[in-house]
Design a protein around this ligand. Structure first.
Ligand SMILES: Cc1ncc(COP(=O)(O)O)c(C=O)c1O
Length: 291
């Protein structure tokens, strides 16, 4: 099987990534003035493309930009990027910045041309040991701004929070604010207690996860009870099961939190059922159109 060829997309052109150039005056470089999406690709098919594009449009609206493309145009553009990179299992990264101007003004001038950049990369299979044993997470105070629903490239707080996990030998940092769970540094967090799957309600305080939507749909199909409710720190620490939901990995069980076992310290029955359903779902939709 041929691996992905590093072909990217930049402002209307497909080109070898090694040749891609953007201005140092691009506002994404100077201010993090940009939004992005990460879309998984299974068997050459973009997964949950509509949810990702809907969120992109909402993120752009949140920073007072319009999408440079319609959904149908994005679909064609990204499908071509996938094909040019050899198809298979990939993730696509896509970023729209406010564009470049000569100089540096906090308040942007009208009429800038957005920079549109995308690339594809291999989605390596998840290490089977992670599914069997789960991962460790730590908790930390959520230090981010108040519009976390905007998928902004200004990720300094997330980057520093993730690094805390790595420093502690853990996989993810799960954040708390005012005594309740928000989310992971790059993941949605679900907890299970007495068979009920809970995750915090969407709002400005967290990113509305696309994988979360899949989890809820599949859980409902399986007849599992799901609630979108505030999860207190006590409920988080007392959960029987916990998992992380995010595009590039689907769901990953958390079996240790701050050094203590979650439930019995192994991935639980709700996780196992949902994980199986997730894998089946990817197969089920493999030949349907991405949009
Ligand atoms: C802060 C944050 N929360 C949640 C998620 C999960 O979102 P999705 O399931 O759409 O990947 C991400 C993904 O990158 C994220 O960065």
């Amino acid at each position: 099987m041929s691996g992905p060829r590093p072909i990217g997309y930049l402002n209307g052109e497909f080109l070898p990534l090694a040749e891609a150039r953007v201005s140092p005056f691009d506002r994404a470089f100077l201010f993090g003035d940009a939004v992005y999406e990460v879309i998984p690709v299974y068997g050459g098919r973009l997964f949950r493309l509509r949810s990702h594009l809907d969120r992109l449009v909402r993120s752009l609206a949140g920073i007072r930009m319009a999408s440079p493309h319609t959904h149908a145009e994005w679909d064609r553009l990204l499908a071509e990027l996938v094909t040019r990179n050899g198809g298979g299992d990939l993730y696509v990264y896509l970023q729209v910045t406010r564009g470049a101007e000569h100089g540096r003004n906090h308040a942007w001038p009208d009429g800038l041309a957005p920079t549109v950049f995308a690339y594809a990369s291999t989605l390596d299979p998840l290490d089977a040991r992670l599914l069997e044993r789960g991962v460790a997470a730590i908790t930390a105070h959520d230090t981010r701004w108040e519009r976390r629903d905007i998928k902004s490239t200004a990720l300094l707080a997330n980057v520093l929070l993730k690094r805390l996990a790595v420093d502690a030998g853990a996989y993810e940092t799960i954040m708390l604010e005012n005594g309740v769970l928000t989310e992971g540094s790059s993941t949605t967090v679900h907890v299970v207690t007495d068979g009920v799957v809970r995750t915090p309600p969407n709002g400005h305080h967290i990113l509305p996860g696309t994988t979360r939507e899949v989890v809820v749909e599949l859980a409902e199909r399986l007849g599992m009870r799901c609630e979108s409710v505030a999860v207190s720190e006590a409920a988080l620490r007392g959960a029987h099961e916990m998992w992380l939901a995010f595009s590039t990995r689907g769901i990953v069980p958390v079996t240790r939190l701050d050094g203590r076992p979650v439930g019995d310290g192994l991935p639980g029955p709700a996780f196992r059922r949902l994980h199986r359903a997730f894998v089946d779902y990817i197969r089920e939709i493999a030949t349907s159109p991405a949009l």
